[in-house]
Design a protein around this ligand. Structure first.
Ligand code: ZN
Length: 185
């Protein structure tokens, strides 16, 4: 297993849609193990494949260490995840992102989602998630579609974030884990 560099804003891969997988291979198993190691190394609770430079539709989530959820959900990989249903309740919650270090802001999202995905054995699963797990799933599935959390901020909040985003792009704001700067300058 190895820690991979986290691609930072505004790397072109983070704006591209990822591709679905139809077969599990040893290489993908190794990649998923690396994703977990990279996420844990950066103290993250979610990571999408394109954040480590891969264009496949895979996310890993680990909310098991947080005290906010009463139900403990084990670290899990979601392959080809798709949100099938959103709750009507919309709540705001402060988000951050391993690809956008030191930028945090409150994002409005549905409180609960139903997600269809393949597990590590490529068996179809459906999960009804709420609270923090629903939040992380929506954030990471957004990544697979080339969307950042700050895309969902109001125009004013987005404008306020611009200075920090430019600094991240230039390498003036860097994280304390392995990273790769944007290929667009
Ligand atoms: Zn993120």
């Amino acid at each position: 297993m190895s820690v991979r560099p986290v691609y930072l804003y505004n790397h072109s891969l983070l704006r591209q849609k990822t591709n679905q997988i139809d077969t599990m291979t040893d290489e993908i198993k190794q990649f998923i193990a690396d994703m977990f190691e990279t996420m844990n190394n950066a103290s993250g609770i979610g990571l999408a494949a394109n954040q480590v430079g891969d264009n496949r539709s895979i996310i890993v989530v680990d909310v098991s260490d947080t005290e906010e959820d009463e139900v403990v959900f084990p670290p899990t990989v979601f392959i080809n995840p798709i949100i099938e249903k959103y709750s009507d309740d919309i709540i705001d919650y402060e988000e951050g992102c391993l690809s956008v270090p030191k930028l945090r802001d409150k994002v409005f999202r549905p409180d609960a989602v139903r997600v269809k995905y393949l597990d590590k054995n490529m068996n179809e699963q459906i999960i009804d998630a709420e609270g923090l797990l629903a939040r992380v799933l929506q954030h990471e599935i957004d990544h697979l579609n080339g969307i950042y959390f700050f895309d969902r901020l109001s125009a004013v909040r987005k404008t306020l974030a611009q200075g920090k985003l430019r600094k991240i792009m230039r390498g003036d704001i860097i994280p304390d884990y392995e990273y790769l700067l944007s290929d667009i300058q």
